[in-house]
Design a protein around this ligand. Structure first.
Ligand code: GLU
Length: 290
């Protein structure tokens, strides 16, 4: 169901190569066509949201390319565009989306408590998380990587961080992997942007998370940071988190992802955001219709 590692490496390499081009300005994204008066099964989450005419979506606010708060207060990025596509298919215009910042550690709780209707936030589908929430998707597949200070060649692979200080985010899959599999000394923070100063000041040796998140930071500060390597060492399939066992909603979102790829909205979503830095346009991964 996942892309071959070679392709993951190509995406990482593209991210690395293109990030060297310097900082890019991300615009407000694409404008998906808003469905006019769509109808849904009585009692479904789709009907409820569509009739309310509004939706609350959790996303990241500090991650360039996928979800970063813009000057007007609204986030921009590929995750934000995916959220807009789902909203549009419910007949909800972008101005009726309430964006809520979710950090890695609170996504399951926010979904469980109903603080958000869905989460689109570089959110890896995992069996552990599936015990608490359900996932549509994946709509993208990232992979874990390492970021170091520019010119530092002492770390080129995950095995090099054993016993070294590595910054990552509490509640994320990369934080767990770097400790459990590679024996790093984790320096945990709440958001990835909080890792940047510690890295710059050499309080940590590296930052670890998904390649595309790190590519966004390198793109903003190509003179300060670089990816340690152009390969990735895990698979991080991004899903859309929703209330556990809302199967009708999950299936419907999966249908919308497929339609968005067929109709071109998926490609526009990419090209107007992350695609400005990562030129390889992804294709929608095989959906995990469990
Ligand atoms: N995709 C990984 C995760 O969901 C890392 C990115 C993040 O923390 O949002 O844990």
């Amino acid at each position: 169901m996942f892309k071959k590692p070679a392709l993951v490496a190509v995406v990482a390499a593209a991210a690395l190569a293109l990030s060297a081009c310097g900082s890019s300005t991300l615009g407000g994204g694409s404008t998906p066509t808003v469905a006019s008066k769509p109808t849904f099964a009585a009692g479904s989450t789709m009907e409820k949201l569509s009739q309310a005419g509004k939706i609350t979506i959790g996303t990241k606010f500090d991650q360039p390319l996928f979800g970063q708060k813009g000057p007007d207060g609204n986030p921009v990025g590929f995750d934000v565009e995916i959220g807009k596509i789902i909203a549009a298919d419910l007949g909800i215009t972008p101005d009726k989306i309430q964006w809520v910042e979710t950090i890695s550690a609170n996504r399951e709780e926010f979904i469980k408590q109903g603080k958000v209707d869905i989460v689109v936030a570089t959110y890896t589908i995992s069996d552990k998380r599936k015990e608490v929430v359900s996932f549509a998707g994946p709509y993208y597949e990232a992979g874990q990587a390492l970021m170091v200070n520019k010119g530092d060649t002492s770390i080129t692979k995950p095995e090099d961080v054993a016993g070294k200080k590595v910054c990552s985010v509490t509640g994320s899959t990369p934080a767990a992997t770097i400790v459990d599999k590679y024996q790093a000394v984790l320096v945990p923070v709440g958001k990835y942007a909080d890792c940047l100063e510690p890295l710059r000041n050499h309080q940590v040796d590296a930052v670890t998370t998904d390649n595309v998140i790190l590519a966004g930071f390198v793109d903003k500060e190509p003179d300060a940071f670089m990816l340690a390597s152009d390969t990735t060492f895990t698979k991080e399939p991004y899903g859309i988190g929703l209330k556990k066992d809302d199967t009708a909603f999950r299936n419907w979102i999966n249908d919308q992802l497929e339609a968005a790829e067929k109709g071109g909205a998926y490609k526009s979503a990419w090209e107007s955001t992350a695609g400005k830095v990562i030129k390889t346009v992804p294709s929608l991964p095989a959906l995990n219709r469990y």
